[in-house]
Design a protein. Structure first.
Length: 624
């Protein structure tokens, strides 16, 4: 992992790019360097993982025609490097960044990005063509932001580094606020800052010939068209293919010249990764698990211990009682924007503690997205069947569930009640109502007078319509990949890990495995309340039954209680004080009502309040 930054056109300045790189030092503490020519400067801070001796930036092609900077890892670089050597190229390093510089000499930007397999954000400056190429990996695992005006373009791995350049203005994007209330983030390509964009995943940006930047797409996640449904892998063939591809994905991510380990949550995904790592390694795998002293919090240690003992890993358990109030400022600083997902806090702590032992960690992220691991997927399938029933039967079912407490059947009655409450809504509106951070009725109170489409529902619906004709689960998975995975899960893991200079690799997001999973029939993934069926079958001989049949449990915090007790004074000082910044942007009466209902136990608004707290910290930081 590294941080990259640069500028072209009138904004090009080694001094200013140097200032940008200083703010990215946490992403790459081991080295830094720039590649400069008239009209362009690109630079990189480096976290040394592969090729510790000759891999420091800047790295260039022969005669320094092309310079390249890279954040991330290109897993197929060895094969690409061999092909370049066979073609007569002279390479001076043993790593992946120089490979990109040489490929840029002979390939057009789209083909260059398409040749790379991994998690990456790169920049190439071609002196001969006077061309800048920015590229981002297929799913958006690595971030890349840019700002452009006239003939100037500035880019960086993080927004704070963009704003360090004197040409880039610091102005709030007011249109981002209502969408943030819905999603807990600002959907790509927009940000909370006017003029600053996120390069979409699977795209390259090209700037040349004195023209403006142009975006070109080289990959898009797709399910099979309706006519190919019968050609999908099924049964044992599907199970064997998943196991083979996942094992290969894990193997490719074991390349490292520094200590390497794995996050182990005790869930199916991370446990499967650890099992395959153990099979591929000659030494015990280093595994890391976090738990909280708070008994009401989420403690994954007992389940993780089962897997650690089975594979005799070098297992480390961290037990913490975090001070959420003191960490909030750090979380917002690293995200550069308000971020509503409270699981960023335990992720930050796990990364901080893991980094004391290793430089690289594998994780299980992506398994739920690809193989249908969220209960909301099962709920959506159930809703689609329910909507085909007569209205009277739907109403009867809704009345029947009211007789049960929401905690009945391990909490699933509550899920059913939420599902039935949205039974009259079309997709994807009903689906969005289950995952939004602040419910529609409260968004309307916080920002009265706004058009409903300002809250992001139109954009969400547009993505949904692009998969029209595919089966429902396929459409939901594609929607999830392009929204929640991209702008929540991947952002959280990248920022919280790189805050400590820890590289995190995700085997489930391997390109070959992703394309295989997207082509599998929906019934192999979800049937009734059975989730991730084909993946669990593929891992059946590797994991204990207690892991395989464990109900999905999120990586979260006891926010409900914390905001009533431990964090009560912090909550009130941030949201209820007359000087609170958030009260200048949102309706103060609605904020007061949210807080009062939560503290009086008339409602659980923990996620809504956390979303507002991170917004408040961001507004204070920016002085808005």
């Amino acid at each position: 992992m590294c941080g990259i930054a640069g500028a072209v056109g009138p904004a090009a300045s080694q001094q200013l790019v140097g200032r940008q790189l200083q703010l990215l030092a946490h992403r790459g503490p081991d080295a830094s360097g720039v590649f400069a020519s008239p009209g362009a400067v690109i630079g990189q801070t480096r976290l040394a993982v592969i090729d510790l001796v000759t891999g420091d930036p800047p790295l260039t092609s022969e005669q320094e025609r092309c310079g390249a900077v890279l954040n991330g890892e290109v897993y197929n670089y060895r094969g690409l490097r061999k092909s370049l050597l066979d073609d007569g190229h002279d390479l001076s390093s043993e790593g992946d960044t120089e490979v990109i510089a040489h490929l840029a000499e002979q390939l057009e930007p789209v083909e260059l990005a398409r040749r790379l397999d991994g998690m990456f954000a790169f920049a190439v400056w071609d002196r001969r063509r006077e061309r800048l190429v920015l590229g981002r990996d297929r799913l958006g695992k690595k971030p890349l932001y840019y700002w452009t005006k006239g003939e100037s373009l500035v880019f960086a791995s993080e927004i704070k580094a963009l704003l360090a350049h004197s040409e880039v203005p610091r102005r709030m994007n007011e249109a981002a606020l209502p969408r943030y209330l819905t999603f807990g983030y600002v959907p790509t390509p927009d940000t909370f800052f006017q003029g600053i964009k996120s390069l979409p995943p699977g795209h390259v940006l090209v700037l040349e010939d004195g023209g403006g930047p142009r975006l070109e797409q080289y990959w898009v996640p797709e399910g099979p068209p309706a006519g190919r449904r019968q050609a999908r892998l099924t049964g044992k063939r599907a199970v064997d293919a998943v196991k083979t591809e996942l094992a290969g994905a894990v193997q490719r991510r074991l390349i490292s010249d520094v200590p390497l380990g794995a996050f182990l949550s005790g869930g199916v995904d991370s446990s499967g990764v650890v099992a395959l790592m153990a099979r591929a390694s000659t030494q015990p795998v280093a595994t890391f698990t976090i738990g909280f002293e708070d008994a009401e919090g989420y403690d994954e240690r007992p389940f993780a211990r089962l897997v650690a003992q089975r594979y005799k890993t070098d297992h480390t358990e961290f037990v913490v009682r975090p001070d959420a109030a003191s960490l909030m400022e750090q979380l917002v600083w690293h995200h550069d924007q308000p971020f509503g997902d409270s699981s960023a806090l335990p992720t930050y702590l796990l990364a901080e503690l893991t980094r004391r032992h290793v430089t690289v960690a594998l994780c299980g992220d992506g398994g739920d997205e690809l193989f249908g691991g969220y209960e909301r997927f099962a709920a959506a399938l159930a809703l689609s069947r329910l909507q085909r029933l007569p209205v009277k039967l739907q109403e009867g079912a809704a009345q029947l569930t009211v007789l049960f407490p929401a905690t009945a059947l391990r909490g699933r009655i509550g899920s059913v009640q939420r599902l039935l409450a949205r039974r009259s809504e079309p997709f994807p509106d009903a689906f969005l109502s289950w995952i939004n951070y602040i419910p529609p009725e409260w968004r309307g109170r916080l920002l009265p007078g706004h058009d409903p489409e300002a809250f992001g529902t139109a954009e969400y619906g547009a993505i949904w319509r692009e998969s029209a004709g595919s089966e429902l689960l396929d459409r939901l998975i594609l929607l999830n990949i392009r929204t929640y995975l991209l702008d929540d899960l991947l952002v959280k893991v990248d920022r919280m890990a790189m805050a400590h200079g820890l590289e995190v690799r995700s085997p489930f997001l391997d390109t070959d495995l992703v394309e295989l999973a997207l082509g599998l029939p929906p019934s192999s993934k979800v049937r009734g309340l059975s989730l991730k069926r084909v993946l669990k079958q593929a891992l059946a001989d590797l994991l204990p039954n207690e892991i395989l049949h464990r109900r999905k449990h999120g990586f979260g915090l006891p926010l409900d209680r914390w905001l009533r007790d431990d964090l009560r004074s912090y909550l009130e000082s941030r949201l209820l004080a007359p000087s609170a910044r958030v009260r200048q942007h949102l309706d103060p009466g609605a904020i007061d009502a949210l807080v009062q209902q939560h503290q009086s136990r008339r409602g659980n608004h923990a996620h809504s309040l956390w979303t507002l707290l991170t917004l408040e910290e961001f507004l204070r930081k920016e002085g808005w």
